[in-house]
Design a protein around this ligand. Structure first.
Ligand code: NAD
Ligand code: IPM
Ligand code: MN
Length: 364
């Protein structure tokens, strides 16, 4: 439960790989914001991740889960994924575990161009690239139901079930419409593959029709997921809110990220209003650049802005976003951003230096 006291307790789970590096910057930035806006945060660093799992065998204990659920106001999460844990057991238990057990059914992933030259799309600018993805976050292909039969033999059968409940589909679609109404947006596009998945996504179609009828001022559109991938590239200006199932939302959000500068800038919030929410960048642990001070911390920073917003600090969140835009305009960025800008990555700043520069701007 979110507490009423003025001090807000934020659990920090840096996780694996670059998660550690970007979380350190993210927290320093939030401390600078807290100072400027007279906010009180208490950061509690938690060691959950691959190393902790390999050392102790523990992923997410019941005590830890209860602590996060009952004693924290938000969870600020870096990334998970480690080559030493090839089956991702720890990430399934911790990241997916928290999404499921906290019932964080909305995975909100904004796609917003913050620098006009950072899109790979010709003739598209900040006006054309500004929408959000509402990814269903507790069902679909992610529930982990299934199994192998005759594993390792020529006759092997491998099954992963896709779960869609009436309740689950309705609440994410409704959340997308509500967000549109509350944020002055006029269009919601639902995306599925009902042409193939006639039972599962037939349900999405029926529920979308019913719920959209309750929002006559919002234009309701449907696109199959393959066509949506194409339309996001061809005409991104046609979208305000996209609502879709868990796996499609995962894939489309990486595509969307690339349209606005790459994973190094992509933020996300796992939400269920009234419950403790989890905030994480869209990117993973990036083992290819981990430990080299090369990771772009801005996805984590912008994830911090989503968290500030959810914690009731809308003004501080907008201020932080503006400062990130200023930083991008100055070109004080990491190698991935310089590549997005078509500039020489040689002169790029490191993870920590990007953070320091941003904090200077925040302090003003
Ligand atoms: P990834 O997102 O970690 O990396 C993809 C590419 O983007 C890499 O080239 C990487 O260097 C680059 N990249 C990602 N974030 C960056 C950043 N902040 N700055 C600069 N470059 C960045 O995806 P992957 O390589 O497929 O996955 C690595 C591991 O992370 C896997 O174990 C995967 O399952 C896991 N993963 C975790 C999360 C999460 O914790 N939320 C999300 C995605 C992937
Ligand atoms: C994401 C990631 C996760 C997902 C993985 C690491 C389980 O790709 O947050 O986008 O698929 O949801
Ligand atoms: Mn993903």
């Amino acid at each position: 439960m979110v507490s009423d006291s003025r001090i807000q307790r934020i659990a920090v789970i840096p996780g694996d790989g670059i998660g550690q590096e970007v979380a350190e910057v993210g927290v320093k930035v939030l401390e600078a914001i807290a100072q400027r806006f007279a906010l009180s945060f208490e950061f509690e660093w938690l060691p959950l991740g691959a190393s902790h799992y390999l050392e102790t065998g523990e992923t997410l204990s019941d005590e830890m889960f209860t602590h996060l659920r009952d004693r924290c106001d938000a969870i600020y999460f870096g990334a998970m994924g480690d080559p030493r844990v090839p089956d991702m057991k720890h990430a399934k238990d911790i990241l997916l575990g928290l999404r499921f057990k906290l019932d964080l059914f909305v995975n909100l992933r904004p796609i917003k161009l913050m620098h006009p030259e950072m899109t790979p799309l010709k003739r598209k600018g900040t006006k054309e690239l500004d929408f959000v993805i509402f990814r269903e976050n507790t069902e679909g292909l992610y529930v982990g139901m299934g199994g192998n039969f005759k594993k390792g033999t020529i006759d092997e059968i491998a099954i992963n079930e896709m779960v869609n409940t009436r309740r689950g589909v309705e609440r994410i679609i409704r959340a997308a419409f509500e967000w549109a109404v509350n944020n002055g947006k006029t269009r919601v596009c639902m995306s599925d593959k009902a042409n193939v998945l006639s039972f599962a996504h037939g349900l999405w179609q029926r529920v979308f029709k019913e719920v959209s009828a309750e929002y006559p001022t919002i234009e309701a559109r449907h696109l199959y997921a393959d066509v949506l991938a194409m339309e996001m590239v061809r005409a991104p200006e046609d979208f305000d809110v996209i609502v879709t199932s868990n796996m499609f939302g995962d894939i489309l959000s990486d595509l969307g990220a690339e349209l606005v500068g790459g994973l190094g800038l992509a933020a996300s919030a796992n939400l269920n209003p009234g419950k403790v929410s989890l905030f994480e960048p869209v990117h993973g642990s990036a083992p290819d650049i981990a430990g080299q001070n090369k990771a772009n911390p801005l996805a984590m920073v912008l994830t911090g802005a989503l968290m500030l917003n959810a914690l009731g600090h809308g003004e501080a969140a907008s201020y932080l976003e503006t400062k990130v835009e200023e930083l991008l305009a100055l070109g004080a960025v990491s190698a991935d951003m310089r590549k997005s800008l078509g500039q020489d990555p040689q002169d790029a700043l490191g993870t920590q230096e990007v953070g320091e520069k941003l904090i200077q701007l925040i302090k003003g």
